[in-house]
Design a protein around this ligand. Structure first.
Ligand code: SAH
Length: 355
């Protein structure tokens, strides 16, 4: 947890117990760690921590590396109030997050890596190839920064931003424990969804963590040939193996698994493919599940196209007729292009053009 850049302690990544041990190691009373943890998770500066002695604050500040992600760009949807952020991290890497309001509360979509190495054909986040894992504090920092900027409580989180959460497993699990800590932001794990392209061994590990998050699995195809063409990870963990892990996740946690299915014109959107999807889910899952249909957000570089509304609706109906619950994801922030990965990509390309 010591950063390579400054050799200072990444205090915001610490659990309450670790923070207590750190405070004691600084020769200070351990009970102060509880107040410190709560202040830090509110995004307070050391100057604002008025119920802690000044000398204590100065000592801790001198030994720690503490910087919240900074807002570089911000777009507010005139249609529905969705806010999209481009945030910079301390090494200049940028990530995106999106704040959405639903009638039942607010949800923040956070990023887990800067870039992605999974190579899904339709996705903007992976186009640059480059990737760095975010620390737990950098993922948590997105929640803190946006909470402060909007002045609103973040009620739920979806890990559906840039990156593959299970490719950054330890930091993501640490983040889940921190963000749900009652002394911190106290966001209920049941209000958190983790989306994965399907790194099977890590799905098994996650089922053992005792964290009741909702697992969302990006399926996007019902047969291995189609899925491997869209998602290279399928060559390593084919559909039957992946769905076996999903079933195991449900058996172990009792949490219903949800599946994302991005509809791409001419690739995976025929009625026959809807039938095949229903059949494979029935055969391999044999437990409650839900399918979220996402009409493709077109990314110019991929050349892939979004099917029409009627085609998406026909696909949904076909699934329902086969007994599979399915919804077409409502598009929030349509006017600000709120899907993830594109802002970061544009910024990277602009930086490269200057070189
Ligand atoms: N790495 C995680 C999180 C990715 S983003 C995962 O693979 O699940 C969340 C969802 O958006 C995933 O289902 C992803 O496949 C999907 N997605 C990515 N690019 C998209 C695009 N251009 N249009 C529609 N959905 C997309």
């Amino acid at each position: 947890m010591t950063s390579d850049v400054q050799q200072k302690t990444d205090i915001l990544s610490m659990t309450p117990d670790e923070m207590k041990a750190f405070v004691v190691s600084m020769g200070e009373p351990g009970y102060r760690a509880g107040q410190l943890f709560t202040w830090l998770h509110k995004g307070a500066s050391f100057g604002e921590m008025t119920n802690l002695p000044k000398a204590f604050r100065e000592k801790i500040e001198a030994h720690t590396d503490w910087r919240l992600p900074q807002i570089e760009e911000k777009y507010i949807s005139a249609e529905d109030g969705t806010v999209k952020y481009l945030l910079s991290l301390k090494d200049g890497e940028c990530v995106e997050c999106v704040f959405m309001k639903y009638h039942h509360g607010s949800t923040l979509c956070v990023s887990s890596q800067a870039g992605c190495r999974m190579g899904c054909r339709f996705c903007a986040s992976t186009l640059n190839g480059q990737v760095r894992n975010l620390t737990a504090s950098e993922i948590l920092g997105q929640v803190i920064t946006v909470g402060r900027d909007t002045g609103e409580r973040v009620d739920g989180i979806v890990m559906m931003g840039i990156g593959e959460p299970l490719d950054n497993y330890d930091n993501v699990v640490r983040f889940l424990r921190l963000v749900s800590d009652p002394a911190g932001l106290n966001i209920g794990l049941r209000h958190i969804s983790l989306s994965t392209c399907g790194i099977v061994p890590k799905i098994h590990d996650l089922a053992e963590e005792g964290l009741p998050v909702t697992l969302s699995v990006s399926l996007h195809a019902a047969d291995d040939e189609t899925r491997s063409a869209l998602m290279p990870i399928n060559k390593k963990y084919p559909i039957s193996v992946l769905l076996g892990a999903c079933r195991q996740y449900f058996v172990k946690t009792g949490r219903r698994v949800s599946f994302e299915y991005t509809l791409i014109a001419g690739k995976n959107d025929t009625p026959a493919q809807a039938d095949a999807l229903a059949a494979v889910l029935k055969k391999e899952m044999r437990c409650p599940c839900h399918v979220n249909l996402i009409p493709l957000n077109e990314v110019a570089e991929t050349g892939l196209e979004r099917p029409g509304r009627q085609r998406a609706e026909a696909f949904r109906k076909q699934l329902e007729a086969r007994g599979i619950n399915a919804t077409i994801r409502r598009k929030l922030g349509g006017d600000i292009d709120a899907s993830c990965g594109q802002l970061r990509l544009r910024r990277k390309q602009a930086a490269e053009d200057k070189m």
